[in-house]
Design a binder for this molecule. Structure first.
Ligand SMILES: Nc1ncnc2c1ncn2[C@@H]1O[C@H](COP(=O)(O)OP(=O)(O)OP(=O)(O)O)[C@@H](O)[C@H]1O
Ligand SMILES: [Mg+2]
Length: 238
């Protein structure tokens, strides 16, 4: 049986920008069964929530506390942005760099790099200049670069936006594998099919608030609010 486990406590979490509240105030015990999908319309606050959880959003009020010390430190968390930023170096060097920073030796780095290029299907472009990769290849590289650090928590902000079906499937396979191997995943997507395929649990955001949350089968099959129901049906929710 899939069960929800408390992962973080949000206390009065509020993000204000230019006098406008864009997130919160949220006081909520965030629970996950391993693969959390954050859903909601444009501007609902999904990216802001992920940034706040990762500790890179300036909070106007409140705090985020991680339940497990294993998950809490910044170095145990990795973040894949919607528009990946590449080092102006080769794919190989982009992948090696985080491990060099962690002080791994050359042989370990070579083994890990070859393992991850294979897992994300970038063998053919190993020595290409990363900034010139296609959008999908960049996303795969960003994912591999995040995972090569073996994070305990992986945040992804719409990692498959603009990807074709095949690239999306390849990324989903890797995400499912690392999740099964024990990495907690917190991911936003606008692809409801993808949300249904991957989510163990769902956070539905609306107007900067957690509107509905719970195990994916419950939330998808029996949404409690008309807004969530409409959104999961693909209707426009404002
Ligand atoms: N620095 C900022 N200054 C002013 N407003 C901001 C700032 N950053 C974000 N916002 C606003 O906060 C709201 C929430 O933004 P956020 O990026 O979290 O939404 P989102 O749910 O990720 O949307 P999308 O689906 O488009 O990615 C939006 O209305 C956005 O315009
Ligand atoms: Mg966003």
């Amino acid at each position: 049986m899939v069960a929800l486990v408390p992962i973080a406590t949000l206390k009065d979490v509020t993000v204000k920008r230019r006098g406008k509240t864009i997130l919160g105030p949220i006081s909520h015990g965030l629970e996950s069964a391993g693969f959390t999908i954050v859903l909601g319309p444009n501007g609902a606050g999904k990216t802001t929530l992920l940034n706040a959880l990762h500790g890179v959003e300036r909070l106007s009020d409140g705090s985020v506390t991680w339940t497990s010390p294993d998950h809490a430190s910044y170095k145990d968390q990795a973040f894949v942005f919607q528009r990946p930023i590449m080092l102006r170096r080769t794919v190989r060097q982009n992948l090696a760099y985080p491990l060099q920073l962690l002080g791994h030796n050359k042989n370990e780095i070579e083994t890990e790099v070859m393992d991850w290029v294979g897992r994300v299907g970038l063998n053919g472009v190993l020595d290409h200049f990363a900034p010139r990769l296609s959008g999908g290849e960049k996303q795969k590289l960003a994912l591999a670069r995040a995972l090569i650090q073996k994070p305990k928590v992986l945040f992804l902000d719409e990692p498959c936006a603009n990807l074709d079906g095949r690239s999306t499937r390849e990324i989903e396979t890797v995400l499912s594998e690392v999740n099964t191997a024990g990495t907690s995943v917190i991911m936003t997507t606008h692809d409801l099919g993808q949300a249904r395929r991957l989510a163990s649990d769902v956070v539905f955001l609306l107007n900067g608030q957690i509107h509905e949350t719970g195990l994916a089968p419950h939330v998808f099959e029996a949404p409690k609010t008309p807004e969530a129901k409409a959104f999961f049906q693909g209707d426009i929710v404002e």
